[in-house]
Design a protein around this ligand. Structure first.
Ligand code: NAI
Length: 336
C-alpha cells in the first residue's frame, strides 16, 4: 500500500522530533522550517496532507497546484490564513486546533497588562543599565479597575476568571452570551459602545472575520475612556490600523500591549528587505511598527501568546489526532 505523505511547514527541530515519534511506517513525513507559499508550492505536489502554522497563507494558487492534497491541518485556532472557499471547491478538508491554550493566551494577556500597569518593561531596561531610580515608574492597581473583554469565548472567559482574582470589575461584549458563565462569574454583558467608554483596560478575544474586521475603527475610537490600556492578542485586523495609531499617538490609549500587529508576518522577513524588492505598503507597515516600538507605553510581542511548552504539546497532539482521524474517517476538528 502506498504510504500517506504528510508535509509539515513552519516546524522547529524539537517539534519535528516529537511528531516523528507519533507516526509509523505507513506514513512518509516531510519537515520544512519555512512557511508554505506560492514560491515553494512544488514541495506539496505529491502530498496527501499539509500541516501549517499561521504564516503559510493558503491561496487559490497554492490550492490549484496541490493536486493530491486531501487535508490542510492548521496548528492554530484561527484559520483566516486559509482560503476556505477554494479548499471546499477542490474537496480539500481543513481542520484546526480549537482548544489548546485558553489559559496560555489568557496568561500572556495578563503578562502584557501587568507589564504595562507596573512599567516592568521600562524597569528592566533601566536596571540592566545600572539605573535603580523610581522616577517615572509608578504604576497603578488592577483592583477595582474595569476590564472590558471583547469576545468572551474560551480565552476571554479565562481572562475574566483571572481578572476576578485581581479584584477587577469585568464587562464583556459578545453577540453570543453565555448565561451560565454570566451567573457563575458575575459578568455583565454590555454593548460595544458602553464597553469602550467605561473600561480602564480593553482586551480583544474574538475571532477575525468579516463581521469583526475593524470592529474598533476611526468612528468609534473616540468613545474610548481617555488613557485606557489596550491589549490585542487576537488578530490585528479587528482594529483599523489608523485608529490604533491615532489612539496611541493622541493618548486615547494610555498604553498598548500587542501580540498581533499589522504586517507581523513581514517582520519575520525584515532582513530580506536588503536584497529583495519590497512593496511600498509593506514598507509602510514596517515603518509604523518601528515607530510604535519606540514608544515607552507600547509593548509588542511576536505573536507568542500561544507559545508555552504545554500548549505546543497540546497543539501537536491534537493535530496528529486530527490527521489520523481524518485518514481513519473518524471525527476530527473539521472546519470545512
Ligand atoms: P472562541 O471561539 O472560544 O471565542 C470567541 C468568542 O468571540 C465567542 O464567544 C464569540 O461569540 C465571540 N465573537 C464572535 N463574533 C464577535 C463579535 N463580532 N464581537 C464580539 N465577540 C464576538 O475562540 P478562542 O479560543 O477564545 O480564541 C479567540 C481568538 O484568539 C482566536 O480566533 C484567535 O484569532 C486568537 N488566538 C490568538 C493566539 C495567539 O497566540 N496570539 C492563540 C490562540 C488564539
Amino acid at each position: 500500500m502506498a504510504k500517506i505523505k504528510i508535509a509539515f511547514f513552519e516546524i522547529t527541530a524539537d517539534e519535528k522530533k516529537y511528531v516523528k515519534k507519533q507516526f509509523d511506517k505507513n506514513y512518509e513525513l516531510f519537515f520544512y522550517k519555512e512557511k508554505l507559499d506560492e514560491e515553494n508550492v512544488a514541495l506539496i505536489k505529491d502530498v496527501d496532507v499539509v500541516s501549517i502554522f499561521i504564516y503559510s497563507k493558503i491561496t487559490q494558487k497554492i490550492i490549484d497546484k496541490a493536486k493530491k492534497l486531501n487535508l490542510i491541518a492548521t496548528r492554530s485556532t484561527g484559520f483566516n490564513h486559509i482560503n476556505l472557499k477554494e479548499a471546499q471547491k477542490n474537496k480539500i478538508s481543513v481542520c484546526n486546533v480549537p482548544y489548546y491554550g485558553e489559559n496560555t493566551v489568557a496568561e500572556h494577556t495578563f503578562a502584557l497588562i501587568l507589564a504595562l500597569s507596573r512599567n516592568l518593561h521600562k524597569a528592566y531596561v533601566r536596571t540592566i543599565q545600572g539605573n535603580y531610580s523610581l522616577e517615572g515608574l509608578r504604576g497603578f492597581d488592577l483592583k477595582n479597575k474595569t476590564l472590558g473583554v471583547i469576545g468572551a469565548g474560551s480565552i476571554g472567559m479565562h481572562v475574566i476568571k483571572m481578572a476576578k482574582g485581581f479584584g477587577m470589575k469585568v464587562i464583556a461584549f459578545d453577540p453570543n452570551e453565555n448565561h451560565i458563565m454570566k451567573e457563575l462569574l458575575d459578568l455583565k454583558y454590555v454593548p460595544l459602545e458602553e464597553l469602550l467608554s467605561t473600561s480602564d483596560i480593553i482586551t480583544i478575544h474574538c475571532p477575525y472575520s468579516e463581521q469583526t474586521q475593524y470592529l474598533i475603527n476611526m468612528r468609534n475610537i473616540h468613545l474610548v475612556k481617555k488613557g485606557a490600556l489596550f491589549i490585542n492578542t487576537a488578530r490585528s485586523g479587528i482594529v483599523e490600523p489608523s485608529a490604533l495609531y491615532y489612539a496611541i499617538d493622541s493618548g486615547i490609549f494610555g498604553g498598548a500591549g500587542l501580540d498581533v500587529f499589522e504586517g507581523e508576518e513581514l517582520a519575520l522577513e525584515e532582513n530580506q528587505m536588503l536584497t529583495k524588492n519590497v512593496p511600498l505598503e509593506h514598507l509602510e507597515a514596517i515603518m509604523k511598527r518601528n515607530i510604535l516600538l519606540r514608544r515607552e507605553n507600547v509593548i509588542i510581542t511576536p505573536h507568542m501568546a500561544f507559545d508555552s511548552v504545554e500548549a505546543v504539546e497540546r497543539i501537536l497532539d491534537t493535530t496528529i489526532k486530527n490527521i489520523k482521524s481524518f485518514i481513519a474517517k473518524e471525527n476530527y476538528h473539521k472546519v470545512v
